[in-house]
Design a protein around this ligand. Structure first.
Ligand code: PRX
Length: 646
């Protein structure tokens, strides 16, 4: 791993940022020495209806219970909208940039307030009240943010499902949290193509059952089927409700949202985040990690269907009264200069994206970047997967013209906000390292037995104490929450990531150590892809592993055993890929399908994934001990038939 280069903090950054090195040290030490005092102070960065007197009440063992600011009351929408209207009502809250470069809009905080209140009343008109779950299946349009904030305003719990998920996947998520209301759009638009969101919702509702109301925002105006009594266009409902809607007074620990994410086993988990601690943490990390100042224009390219969109397009920036850019399109439409054209058009100063996008754009060369000015940029960010040093250097040199520090932010859906990241005025950068912990975060590296390692070392990453943005439970399954994150290492939160710490105390995330793979920054459980494959009538067994992929970070490699009497060919490979796309969504498409008469199993029937991973990586010199296999001969066949292209 290249550790040769260290990028020191530019002197002008050390001088102007909120935090320089000595302040980082002082604040970090204070934050871990006395979390009560530290978070007691920083809780004040949001507004409260009733101030808290209690700060931290958390335990990871013998059971798990996480409560922050528990006797305070507030409202997230009030903090993200109302609070700013008097002071900065005419300031732009959201810049919306459409898929078509000719389309963009500025929405002020005053306008945002109007939209959110009306949307909240529309939800009420559909019978939504405090604690009810509302599923959003939306394109990247401002109405997605209005709908999230409208839920928060009236105390409803939103569950945003990424618009790239299939009707099957959407149905599972609607059913799991028993959403009676779904918000969608007629169609989405991405890269010049239309996505039939409403039609997908219809299919999902038919499967999930229990949906009483579908609210349809008109995006393209395409005709869509409308079920009488169940489906309503947003505009029609909005015209019939009052303009003003008061904020519900929420307890700090009332749920704010559910976000489904993949784990190593079973169906996706409903990660539950609550009100106050989440907002404090999202706002505070946005402020310090991006060194957000009032004159910045901030752009995070994520989709609101992922946690990055929740914390760093909507909640963190808006809580800070920021201007946040929301982009409907894709990096390569109409051309591969699009990101940088948008930067120039809106004078973006802080730009936050994923390594997979950087790698894809890198493949198109420097010219499309250099054709743009990018003079407004001052800070770059990365999230979602480890960034390889080559991509980091390219991002720094070509996109940032050597001027802009890069914050490589490590975190997870579960963590609510960034846990390990440089602070641009404080931290010397090493390409490929997420560097050091944020305030209040106590990372530790443990070995397989749970022994805490010290100094330079490598092992599994755990976090030793709670922080306000942490998830509180798996929706409807608190035992699964404990079992997944707190059972492996007693008294610690297990991240599922492997990690190395170097002699300077910098953290280098090495990737997942469980059966979760990270495809283009999208998290995917191998078990989910396997269960989609075995649902096909010709498939008897499937085992899925990740393997290194130049653009995606990891690709999906599926070993498939067919039912007796069936034979695999390219036609069936294509059919199985289409099948998985239908069951889960395009992001789960296997890159390789290898038909295998047998899978390597122990005598007790457990599939030895280690062997499958090695074969997928073309690393069969290092298969290790295969003597415990029930039938070692299957390995020869797997090697002989590896990597048939789809
Ligand atoms: O493996 C880590 C990787 O993404 C996982 C979390 O995925 P998700 O919950 O979808 O959230 C993604 C956006 C926060 C982690 O367990 N990951 C995320 N950021 C980084 C990363 N790996 C290395 N470096 C990062 N900066």
């Amino acid at each position: 791993m290249s550790e040769a280069r260290i990028y020191d903090v530019p002197p002008e950054w050390a001088a102007s940022a909120y935090v320089d090195e000595s302040r980082y040290q002082a604040m970090y030490e204070a934050s871990v020495a006395d979390p009560e005092a530290f978070w007691g102070e920083h809780g004040k960065r949001i507004g409260w209806f009733k101030p808290y007197t209690l700060v931290k009440n958390t335990r990871y063992a013998p059971d798990v219970s996480i409560r922050w600011y528990e006797d305070g009351t507030t409202n997230v929408a009030w903090n993200c909208v109302d609070r700013h209207v008097a002071e900065r009502g005419e300031r732009t809250a959201i810049i919306w940039e459409g898929d078509d470069p000719a389309e963009s809009r500025h929405i002020t905080y005053r306008e945002l307030s109007g939209h959110v209140q009306r949307f909240a009343n529309v939800l009420k008109s559909q019978g939504v009240g405090k604690g009810d779950r509302v599923t959003l299946y939306m394109p990247m349009i401002p109405e997605a943010a209005y709908a999230m904030l409208a839920c928060a305003r009236i105390g409803a719990i939103h569950s945003v499902v990424f618009g790239g998920f299939s009707p099957e996947a959407l149905a599972g998520r609607i059913a799991d949290c028993a959403s009676a209301v779904v918000i969608t759009a007629d169609e989405g638009v991405r890269g010049g193509r239309k996505i039939p969101l409403k039609a997908n919702v219809d299919a999902a509702c038919a499967k999930a059952g229990g949906v009483a109301s579908v609210i349809v925002v008109r995006r393209t105006g395409a005709p869509v089927a409308m079920a009488a009594g169940r489906d309503h266009f947003y505009d029609d409902l909005a015209a019939a409700v009052p303009a003003e809607c008061p904020c519900e007074e929420m307890d700090a620990e009332d749920p704010l949202f559910i976000l489904y994410t993949s784990g190593s086993t079973g169906k996706p988990k409903g990660v539950l985040h609550t009100t106050a601690g989440y907002l404090v943490y999202a706002a505070m990390t946005h402020h310090y990690v991006f060194d957000y100042h009032d004159d910045d224009i901030y752009w995070c390219t994520a989709d609101v269907g992922w946690v990055t969109g929740h914390s760093y397009i909507v909640y963190g920036p808006l809580a800070n009264g920021a201007t946040t850019l929301m982009f409907e399109g894709v990096p390569n439409y109409p051309s591969v200069s699009r990101f940088w054209q948008v930067v120039d058009k809106h004078k973006v100063s802080i730009f936050y994206t994923a390594p997979t996008a950087i790698r894809a754009l890198m493949g198109a060369g420097e010219e499309p970047v250099k054709a743009t000015s990018r003079a407004s940029l001052r800070l770059l960010g990365s999230v979602g997967e480890p960034i390889n040093p080559e991509a980091w250097e390219w991002y720094h040199r070509v996109v940032g013209d050597h001027r802009c520090p890069i914050v490589d932010t490590w975190w997870q859906t579960e963590t609510g906000g960034i846990l390990i990241s440089p602070l641009p005025g404080a931290t010397a950068l090493k390409p490929g390292s997420a560097t050091r912990p944020f305030f209040g975060i106590r990372p530790e590296i443990v070995d397989g037995e749970g022994k805490v390692l010290s100094g330079a070392c490598q092992g599994n990453l755990v976090i030793a104490d709670s922080w306000p943005g942490q998830m509180r439970t798996v929706y409807g399954d608190h035992q699964r929450f404990f079992d997944t994150y707190f059972a492996a290492y007693k008294g610690k939160y297990f991240t599922g990531d492997g990690c190395r710490r170097d002699e300077d105390g910098y953290y280098w995330i090495t990737g997942r150590v469980d059966d979760v793979i990270n495809v283009s920054g999208h998290r995917m459980g191998t078990a989910e892809v396997e269960s989609a494959l075995v649902a096909h009538e010709l498939v008897s067994e499937a085992a899925v592993v990740g393997y290194p992929h130049d653009l995606k970070g990891q690709g999906i490699y599926a070993y498939v055993t067919l039912m007796a009497g069936s034979s695999g060919d390219d036609g069936l490979r294509k059919e199985l890929v289409a099948w998985v796309r239908r069951e889960i969504g395009p992001i789960a498409s296997p890159d390789h399908i290898q038909f295998a008469p047998g899978l390597p199993k122990t005598r007790s029937g457990k599939i030895m994934r280690r062997i499958l991973r090695k074969i997928a990586e073309d690393d069969f010199g290092a298969l290790g001990d295969i003597s415990t296999l029930a039938d070692p001969a299957v390995v020869d066949d797997l090697i002989a038939n590896r990597r048939n292209k789809i």
